[in-house]
Design a protein around this ligand. Structure first.
Ligand code: ATP
Length: 788
């Protein structure tokens, strides 16, 4: 609908000319954003120009503003940095400089500018917009243009995209490039861990972030660091050394071999004195640790963008074009952001102002304000890090009679981050005096062997980056023998359950909930953390493991596309997992620039394949050798029982009449395994802690008789045995869900009845529908259909 409204907004108006530029520090994903702007712009009937070298190019004009064709951005999805260049340009800060820039834009007939950069670049852009009418007036009075020549250019449209690895912009959860930088950091720290462990060494890893600790905080969580230093939570000048030593000593005593401390480059103490890696090192050396410093530097900016950033930059780039078409001269300049999973627009200057306030608050030593200006996820994750890692000394123990026994079980096919979630839940439990128990080998393990292991701090060591499942997982469900499951729950006296898994986990939660009348032991709070590569758990848009799977598919398709550069004119039909859910296929298609995506949701027929052929022929027709990469078609494994991957490949091959070769490629189980992505690790930690808190909130042994409004499971001890009279019981068995901009616990009962397609093992809602449409626009399929 919104794609359509953009098309409508441009109807009957003179052809819009849009310029897009990258400015400030480069970040992975900037090229992806430019590609999306160029193609969406052309699709909506605009002329799109790229500006080379940021504001410098705007000032120089001429060839520095280059009109782009559809094919000019081929292959840009997988290119790191920015291909149109970026620069710092002092002259643009002066009015004279801005006037030159205005003249150059008017000369080309451009009156809309999409800027991808940090807060400096965006401030400059907004200032440029506000000065624009005066600048135009001056250009007329100086005789550079006649009033008639500028009549169409009385106002300038500005739209901001945040390209920054620091993730420092207020009001948006992530910026283009931040997750790629985080991924690089985690990869490097994982490498460092291997050597650090071998020698029992301590490593201080310095990461980027002058005024923002996002990278350091997320890296701290994702790499299981022992301590972090970030600017928003300045350290106590007289105390941090002792605190650091006592935490490291405690972790060593618990059995950890290597110590990791992450220091943001802008870390400081409460007197605003920078905390340097050298100082941290000296402190660790004092306690006898063999300590090294690694400053990651520009490695963090390098490389190709991860799946998340490609998705973010693509959707935001398209939305930026829509915003240009929908804006009037009175609309405040928007910034395209994201909240949880939802692309949003917000007033650019408000976000820039809030962002600048963080630095001001830090300078004023108002650190509570500084952290409060970060988004809620930042604050939540910071608190989680403190309570799982720093306050693991018993200081957060709840009273004895509130301590819980929490079972954790993995259900379904393996996906990355099962271990990371279990580790985070266990650490949070342990630092609060609860006991975490691993139910070994899924429900069938419980039914057959009944092995339930209490997890200690050192048991979950290193689970943050281990793929697979350390406690075992399989597809068996609770109802395979509900009596036996109830017996073992009773025997282990569980006060709560966390299931980590996919659709079978979802089903098991429903079965346990339904069995409550028969087996009162199931009247405990129970949660599901969706974890499956297919992302097919009803009610949520995010499952752990999906991001890791998408990253491996992005790397896989990049590699096969590149292999095709040797042979030229090669088409790959790539078969991806996802069961009856086309999410993975649609997402992969969008972020790898697939020519076509076959999903169970959109029936394949000969008409679709004919269209693909036409599109491939069109692609190769313009191929003069510069477009050497292969073309990709993505097919979900269950897209059709007739049009198999091989059949599609054969039909296309046969019909190509030798113009191009076709191959199939099936990545298979690579999608399920591997090291979890940094995004999955962080989400695992967030969801796991939320689940334990959910269980805590439902259990209250002290006041087991609370009123219904408190939403507490009501139970009393009768002869030492829990006797349940449950109020509002269905809400106590719930799935942690991400929907648009919210994260919430949704009762399994409601999800099952309202949102589940049991037969197809997925939700009714196809929340990724837009991906296919945008994918079709950016692949040129919509142009071919002449759709607007
Ligand atoms: P990063 O987050 O990587 O530092 P940034 O966009 O904040 O990115 P800056 O160096 O602050 O990077 O700004 C990039 C360019 O934007 C500057 O070189 C300048 O040309 C322009 N710019 C920045 N601030 C202003 C301003 N207040 N007025 C006009 N132009 C500005």
């Amino acid at each position: 609908k919104s794609l359509h409204s953009a098309a409508k907004a441009s109807e009957g108006k003179p052809k819009k000319k849009i310029a897009v530029m990258t400015s400030g520090g480069d970040s992975p994903g900037m090229n992806v954003a430019v590609r999306a702007v160029v193609r969406a712009g052309i699709y909506y009937g605009c002329d799109v120009y790229t500006v080379y070298e940021g504001y410098e190019g705007l000032l120089r004009g001429g060839d520095m503003l280059h009109k782009m064709g559809w094919a000019d951005v081929r292959g840009w999805l997988s290119e790191g940095g920015t291909l149109i260049g970026t620069a710092r340009c002092l002259a643009f800060k002066e009015r004279v400089g801005m006037k030159k820039a205005a003249a150059n834009l008017i000369e080309k007939g451009i009156d809309a500018l999409i800027v991808c950069g940090g807060d400096g670049s965006l401030t400059g852009a907004d200032l440029f917009r506000s000065l624009w009418p005066g600048l135009v007036e001056e250009l007329v009075s100086e005789g550079r243009f006649t009033p008639a020549q500028v009549a169409q250019y009385r106002s300038l449209t500005i739209v901001g995209l945040v390209g920054s690895i620091d993730n420092d912009m207020s009001g948006t959860d992530s910026t283009i490039g931040a997750y790629s930088a985080l991924e690089r950091i985690c990869e490097m720290v994982d490498y460092i861990h291997a050597t650090a462990k071998s020698h029992s060494r301590a490593f201080i890893v310095e990461v980027m972030g002058r005024h923002c600790g996002w990278l350091a905080l997320m890296a701290g969580i994702a790499t299981a660091a022992d301590y972090i230093f970030i600017p928003e939570r300045a350290a106590e000048p007289d105390k941090w050394r002792e605190d650091l030593k006592s935490v490291c000593k405690r972790h060593k005593n618990k059995g950890r071999r290597n110590i990791t401390v992450i220091v943001a480059e802008g870390a400081l103490d409460k007197d605003l004195k920078p905390i340097t890696s050298e100082e941290v090192k000296d402190t660790l050396v004092e306690m006898g640790l063999d300590t090294r410093i690694t400053t990651l530097g520009h490695v963090q900016r390098g490389g190709t963008a991860v799946a998340h950033d490609r998705w973010l930059a693509t959707l935001q780039g398209v939305d930026a074009v829509k915003a240009v078409l929908e804006m009037t001269p009175d609309t405040p300049s928007p910034l395209i952001g994201i909240l949880e999973n939802k692309i949003i627009r917000m007033p650019l200057m408000e976000s820039v102002k809030l962002t600048k306030e963080v630095a001001t608050a830090i300078e004023a030593k108002d650190f509570d304000k500084a952290i409060s200006l970060r988004d809620t996820e930042f604050i939540e994750l910071y608190d989680n890090f403190i309570s799982t890692t720093i306050k693991d000394d018993g200081s957060e123990f709840v009273p004895e009679n509130e301590r819980l026994r929490i079972g954790i079980v993995h259900v379904g096919a393996p996906s990355a981050a099962l271990n990371a979630a279990t580790r985070a839940a266990s650490l949070y439990c342990l630092s609060h005096g609860h006991k975490p128990f691993a139910i070994m080998n899924g429900f069938s393990g419980l039914i057959q062997d009944g092995v339930v292991n209490e997890l200690s701090w050192i048991d979950v060591e290193n689970w943050h980056n281990l793929g697979g499942s350390e406690i075992g997982t399989n597809r068996s469900v609770a109802a395979d023998d509900m009596g036996a499951v109830a017996y073992h729950f009773q025997k282990n006296q569980f006060d709560g359950l966390i299931i980590v898994g996919g659709f079978e986990g979802f089903k098991s939660l429903k079965q346990l909930h339904d069995a409550r009348p028969q087996y009162p032991i199931f009247n405990i709070p129970m949660t599901l953390i969706p974890a499956t590569v297919s992302n097919n758990v009803p009610g949520t848009e995010y499952s752990l493991g999906t991001d890791t799977c998408l990253n491996s598919l992005v790397n896989y398709t990049d590699a096969i596309k590149q292999s095709a550069s040797a042979t030229r004119r090669r088409v790959f039909v790539v078969e991806v997992q996802g069961g009856h859910s086309g999410y993975v296929a649609s997402f992969t298609g969008l972020v790898t620039g697939a020519v076509s995506v076959y999903t169970p949701e959109q029936k394949i027929d000969l008409g679709t394949i004919k269209e693909d052929l036409a599109l491939l022929q069109e692609n190769f027709r313009h191929d003069q050798g510069e477009n050497r990469n292969g073309k990709i078609l993505i097919r979900n494994e269950q897209a059709s029982s007739i049009y198999t991957t091989e059949l599609i490949a054969d039909i296309i091959s046969e019909s190509s009449k030798g113009r191009f070769g076709v191959r199939t490629a099936i990545p298979g189980h690579v999608q399920q395994g591997g090291v979890p992505s940094s995004k999955d690790r962080v989400a695992a930690s967030r969801f796991a802690v939320k689940c334990v808190k959910f269980i805590e909130s439902w259990n209250n042994k002290n006041t087991g008789d609370r009123s219904k409004d408190d939403k507490i499971l009501r139970f009393k001890y009768v002869n030492g045995v829990k006797n349940y009279t449950v109020e509002n019981e269905s809400a106590s068995a719930a799935v942690i869900c991400v929907n648009g901009s919210t994260v919430s616990f949704k009762p399994i009962k409601d999800l099952w009845t309202r949102e589940t397609n049991v037969e197809l093992r997925k939700g009714h809602e196809i929340h990724w529908k837009e991906f296919n449409r945008i994918g079709d626009i950016l692949s040129g399929r919509c142009n071919l259909r002449k759709e607007v």
